[in-house]
Design a protein around this ligand. Structure first.
Ligand code: F6P
Length: 319
């Protein structure tokens, strides 16, 4: 059979390792595998490219996505979805794997509702996809943040400064919270919780009074910008506060071993689902096991819970 894969939305480290696994698992099962360039946009305006075992050599260790990606808002339009469907059928492609975050999953669900055999592979540094405990790219992104914060800590400590570090996460604080735990941040500011600057300032005063030489605040980009946060905290505490926006550095670079392993497992699962004629399903990690769940499953409908217990713990441990 002919199965295709596309990557959509924000790229996530591990996507290339997943493309490799999808292609090679497909070949091992006797299928032809195709890549759709530029996500859903390529489904409508592009042409599938054949992917052989050699096409995916030496990409396991690279960030980004060899298929490239896009945020294609028009795919919410039914006429555009129908056009994509016609092009898939004309090729012909017998089944499609969509790899990406929440917006990409919504596109996969639409294709599945139009009865096109579709499966999904969770990949988003936000790790906020419902129904799965893990989305590709999260571990690499946290490690990228940790690497940067460890460097900033040296200079923050030398100058006894507060540093506000802005990390990604427009609607989700999951990445910020995990980074806060991994970096020992004094406070984590996330979109899911109102920010009490007065409380944060008094915690910072207490840590400086205890003799701590630097302080970190992690702010998720959807909860406010680093500069405004730094200015507010400088004014409230009387301490010098600097700010840094880590930006897209967080999303680049070689995937960690965890992302490579998860990519192999999740993408192979997605190919196996297509091979077995099981559609409308997402490969997922649940309770430590790779499994799959229906797009219609209640777990796939809910928004992924923010680990507020991790947030409280990060703040306790930083005192
Ligand atoms: O969804 C992944 C993500 O990296 C978010 O954390 C971030 O808010 C957003 O993408 C940034 O999008 P873009 O790369 O389009 O600026």
């Amino acid at each position: 059979m002919n199965f295709a894969i596309l990557t959509s939305g924000g790229d996530a480290p591990g996507m290339n390792a997943a493309i490799r696994a999808f292609v090679r698992r497909g070949i091992s099962l006797g299928h032809h595998v195709w890549g759709i360039p530029r996500g859903f946009e390529g489904l409508v305006h592009g042409e599938p490219v054949p992917l052989q075992a050699a096409s995916v050599a030496n990409i396991l260790m690279t960030g980004g996505t060899i298929l490239r990606t896009s945020r294609f808002r028009d795919f919410t339009l039914q006429a555009v979805q129908e056009e994509a469907l016609q092009r898939l059928k004309a090729h012909p492609i017998d089944g499609l794997a969509v790899m990406g975050g929440n917006g990409s999953l919504a596109g996969a669900v639409q294709l599945s509702r139009l009865r096109f055999p579709t499966v999904a592979i969770p990949a988003s540094i936000d790790n906020d996809m419902p129904g799965t405990d893990y989305s590709l790219g999260f571990d690499t992104a946290i490690n990228n943040i940790v690497g940067s914060v460890d460097k900033i800590r040296d200079t923050a400590s030398a100058h006894e400064r507060i540093f506000v570090v802005e990390v990604m996460g427009n609607r989700s604080g999951h990445l910020a919270i995990a980074a806060g735990l991994a970096c020992g941040a004094e406070a984590v500011i996330i979109p899911e919780r109102p920010t009490d600057y007065g409380h944060i300032a008094s915690q910072l005063q207490a840590t400086f009074a205890r003799g701590k030489k630097h302080s970190f605040i992690i702010v998720a980009e959807g909860a406010g910008d680093a500069r405004t946060t730094a200015e507010a905290l400088a004014q409230l505490t009387g301490h010098e506060a600097k700010w840094v926006v880590l930006g897209h550095i967080q999303r680049g670079g070689p995937p960690t071993a965890q992302d490579r392993v998860m990519a192999a497992l999740l993408a192979s699962k997605a190919m196996e689902l297509l091979d077995q004629g099981q559609h409308g399903r997402m490969a997922a990690l649940r309770d430590g096991f790779v499994t799959d769940l229906s797009f219609d499953d209640e777990a796939a409908q809910r928004t992924a819970p923010t680990p507020m217990n991790w947030l409280s713990l990060a703040e306790i441990l930083a005192r």
